[in-house]
Design a protein around this ligand. Structure first.
Ligand code: SF4
Length: 117
């Protein structure tokens, strides 16, 4: 858990009261839209043919907004985030600018990638 300033807490309160984003403590990104699993309860993999991926430029373009809204954590979800070849570069960029990043990964690739996590 992370501590928050009174100012940031107030900005979160203002977000709730005004329905205008003033603070965004956690952001979830989708680095890669496709998935290499075929879970029966999920339909993400059914749209693998319409692949969309984030680029370094996309991530760098978000940094000012993440700072402005006091983002403290970025969660990488998907699809399978590790299918994006620039995944670890994204983590480097975010960790230099934002306090924490986390991954929401499925087990197949995460075992192969464990030395890098
Ligand atoms: S691992 Fe996650 S994203 Fe992939 S098919 Fe299963 S539930 Fe969907």
């Amino acid at each position: 858990m992370f501590s928050q300033s009174i100012y940031h807490t107030f900005q979160r309160y203002r977000t709730l009261k005004t329905h205008t984003i003033k603070a965004l403590p956690i952001v979830i990104l989708m680095p890669h839209s496709a998935c290499n699993c075929r879970c029966v309860m999920c339909d993400i993999w059914k749209d693998n043919k319409n692949l969309k991926q984030l680029t370094e430029k996309d991530i760098e373009g978000l940094l000012d907004s993440l700072r402005k809204f006091g983002t403290r954590q970025v969660v990488m979800s998907g699809g399978e985030a590790l299918l994006n070849q620039n995944f670890f570069r994204f983590c480097e960029i975010l960790q230099k600018s934002i306090l924490k990043s986390a991954c929401c990964l499925q087990a197949l690739l995460s075992k192969k990638m464990q030395p890098h996590l």
